[in-house]
Design a protein around this ligand. Structure first.
Ligand SMILES: NC(=O)c1ccc[n+]([C@@H]2O[C@H](COP(=O)([O-])OP(=O)(O)OC[C@H]3O[C@@H](n4cnc5c(N)ncnc54)[C@H](OP(=O)(O)O)[C@@H]3O)[C@@H](O)[C@H]2O)c1
Length: 258
């Protein structure tokens, strides 16, 4: 699989998938890793996902890129949750401030943990365009190294200002909701409609959508979530070049509008 700044370009999200189901987490993580995925994204907001992810990673932890989040109003709570994350993961490779919650308060202690080697990169996330102005403000401090935002043919607001800013500042980009929480997959195009994408290595509609996001060179990794090991495998296969050219990207956009 192609690698960019955060490793192989197809990661694995964990919102609303395995929660506390350790055995399902093991199957999905196992399938994703055997297909080349390395970055896993979680959050204290996703129920038991961090704990089951830790269990599922097991000896794969060394090769994994663990991206998770701090989602606390208060610094004390945030630090207490970070202590649990260290028990689960040893260190956190990408520690993101979830939905910008108390980001100014959290930055100093996150930077101290980074200096001590317990955090790799510090990032920030938000799912809503209503918060993009504040995301921009947070990036302009120069203290965040990753940005996580939604990007799919139905959600393109980050293209206006955030992706250009991330490029200017050298901030790595993690794409959440690359499949629009599954809503873009409900009425997949026919095999005939997808045929022009075959030369790009696209076999399924989900792969077309993942490749659409990854064909933007400002994107480092997409993190589709799934409970289905086979989906984890076929999603990972979308991480191989060739990338879509502008015409192929426009075709995906047209197919997504139907
Ligand atoms: N949603 C948010 O607001 C949000 C916010 C912050 C962060 N994130 C992060 O971003 C990650 C991804 O976003 P998301 O989980 O909201 O949505 P998503 O990854 O865009 O879509 C997930 C849905 O797509 C389906 N799916 C995945 N691969 C498929 C395939 N190959 N074929 C058919 N269906 C497939 C899954 O169902 P199956 O289980 O059936 O495969 C699931 O219902 C999250 O898990 C989380 O780590 C999300």
């Amino acid at each position: 699989m192609e690698e960019r700044r955060l490793g192989p370009v197809v990661g694995l999200g964990t919102w609303n998938t395995f929660d506390r189901d350790v055995s399902l987490a093991g199957e999905v993580v196992g399938a994703a890793f055997s297909a080349g995925t390395r970055l896993v994204d979680s959050s204290p907001m996703y129920g038991g996902a961090e704990a089951s992810l830790s269990d599922a990673l097991d000896e794969r932890r060394r090769e994994a890129v663990v991206a998770t989040k701090i989602w606390s109003r208060g610094v004390e709570d945030g630090r207490a949750h970070f202590a649990r994350q260290l028990e689960w993961f040893g260190r956190v490779d990408v520690e993101q401030v979830h939905n910008l919650v108390s980001w100014r308060e959290h930055l100093p202690w996150l930077e101290a943990e980074q200096a001590a080697g317990r955090i790799g990169r510090i990032g920030v996330t938000h799912y809503s365009p209503a918060a993009f102005a504040e995301l921009e403000q947070s990036l302009r401090t120069g203290r965040f190294e990753t940005l996580q935002v939604p990007l799919n043919p139905h959600e393109r607001e980050c293209e206006e200002r955030l992706l250009p800013l991330a490029e200017e500042l050298g901030v790595a980009v993690i794409v959440m909701r690359p499949l629009s929480e599954g809503s873009l997959l409900r009425r997949p195009p026919s095999p005939e409609e997808l045929a022009p994408l075959e030369p790009f290595g696209v076999r399924t509609w989900a792969q077309a959508l993942l490749k659409w996001a990854l064909s933007d060179p400002r994107v480092d990794v997409v993190i589709p979530a799934t409970r289905n090991p086979e989906h984890a495998r076929t999603n990972a296969a979308a991480g191989e070049p060739p990338w879509l050219d502008p015409e192929a990207r426009r075709l995906v956009e047209r197919l997504a509008r139907r």
